[in-house]
Design a protein around this ligand. Sequence first.
Ligand code: ASN
Length: 310
Amino acid sequence: MQETVTYELKEHLKSERLKIALEVNTLIRRKMSDILVKEGFIEIPPVIFSSVTDPLNHPVYDPTFDYEGTRYSLTKSMIFHKQMIVQAIPKVYTFSPNVRLETADKAKSGRHLLEFTQLDLEMLDSTREDAMKIGEKLVSGAIKEVTEKMPGKLKILGRELHVPKTPFKVYKYTEAKEKYGKDFEQTLSELEKEPFWIIDIPLKEREFYDREKDDEKGILRDMDLMYPEGFNEAISGGEREYEIERIKERILAKGQTFEQFKWFLDYAEGGLRLSSGFGIGIERLIRYICGFERIEETHPFPKTPGKFSI
Ligand code: ASN
């Protein structure tokens, strides 16, 4: 393990590129908050650790600790907290710090950090399509804000950015995979010039909480938003399972236990209504806006999978 801050980190902290990235960070957080508040959303504080967190659908190390007889995890996403609070406050959002201790191979992607922030939101009695509309407003609104307020800074970065037209193009997961092969997400991301959606993601590719279609078994009412120019995933979200029996079936089908989600299930037993929502990775949005090859450039103290970080 390295014990001192590297020379590269010292350079990084002083760099013009980092300063611009942090100005973008400031601008887009404010802009996206403004958009959401105008839409009637209320901001909730983040949850940093909890006895229940997102199981995710890919393997990560799970940092846990015991406190007064309870095992806690660091938050991987606030999915369950969102689904609970939205029953009382029908439009919520939060800037949620997430810790996902990804395996070292993820460093290659240029878009994974072990610690990142997602703008996570949830809407009651809302469909996937409602959520997609908000997602388009946020992404195009953030990009517009930066192109209008920071054209000189984008020029310094050599970044040519245009405001995407809404609504964004929509691909169905299975059709896109058949046409473009196993790496269809990256292939399409490289081909497209504007952000686009991938919808109807199969059950085995996702966590248990996204709602299965009533008329198409094994396919979910969910979506990912993808950036063009090879920048890959922007948003992940969907409609949620809200009927307790279906939630339990889906947990068991994933080989997970009720114990893992006890506090959420206790709440859900009392009855949930349909909600939908998503999370936008803030560092990934900054990376796209700035046109950075690597996400580390967006953060003063980036944590790369498999590497020492201060
Ligand atoms: N935030 C995502 C959602 O709302 C979940 C995630 O981050 N895995 O669906």
